[in-house]
Design a protein around this ligand. Sequence first.
Ligand code: MRU
Length: 354
Amino acid sequence: MIETIQWSGDGIVMIDQTRLPAEENYVTCRNYREVADAIRTMVVRGAPAIGVAAAMGIALGVAQAGPDALAGPDALDASFDRICSELAGTRPTAVNLFWGIERMKRVYRSHRHLPFEQLRDRLVAEAKLVREEDIAINEAIGRNGAVLVPDGKTVLTHCNAGALATAGYGTALGVIRAAVESGKKIDVFADETRPFLQGARLTVWELQRDGIPATLITDSMAGHFLHSGKIGCVVVGADRIAANGDVANKIGTYGVAVLAKENSIPFYVAAPISTLDLAIPDGGHIPIEERSAAEVTHIFGVRVAPEGTDVRNPAFDVTPNRYVTAIITERGVARAPFSESLAALAAEKEAQPA
Ligand code: MRU
């Protein structure tokens, strides 16, 4: 299994996703500020993975705040708030980041009366649990989604919603993995996913390691292949899903969804319940991260556009719910009307995944 992120005695170890596939390099974040940097620079990326990173970053930050604890609970509270707000300021779109932080805040609040060592251990245990649960959740998403994948056809995916985007197994790639494990004969078309190339660099790398046949296409080829009759379904991940089922995901997803509908191909979104943001009514309320112009003007440090070029670089787009065939979660599959089906899944007891 690919180890995306792990707690170790030295700090938080992450596979460096900026270097793949050329180098399989691991970095160790030794304090919470390094964790925040790793999220910002996309050493670790993908909505569930950054949720795990934030939880671990908080645990690491508190573990290193022993001197503040000696100064009393107010000083520790102030450190805790500083740690949480630095991590919360790293990337705005994926709601899993804020979900991970909120989860750690709840644990902190209910254990802050304990001696520092016990509070620290409790936070570290919670952060490790977030990671373990994420793997189990992805496996459940995979089981729920595998039945929807047509046998003998090609699955098209966008970006990387695989083991690298999670603590392991993946959401969209989890569905693909589970379909293959169930005996289906499928192959994958991976959009390269400009500008950060998560599809070319990460999705193809992951699938090759698993021996799942993968073909790389440029983003602009998706319409051609969706029209060709070759593609059985599209499966993508999500960074935030509004109460009405509008889905924020990697830039380019919206176009794929429209082209899928135009060609009567099911468009599935695979995501954990932690990606739901039922507090916002629709996708218009999702903050869209704008990243640096250099990601567009340069490819691996080589300038491909003239000096002085005006650039826009929104990292995500919002797919309106009418293009979404179903949303696959660890608790089951939601279909339209999403405002009802998503609310019902969210309300289910947290006894899942099975
Ligand atoms: O900018 P990234 O690489 O963090 O964006 C990742 C995506 O858009 C993924 O599709 C999404 O987070 C789902 S990951 C299971």
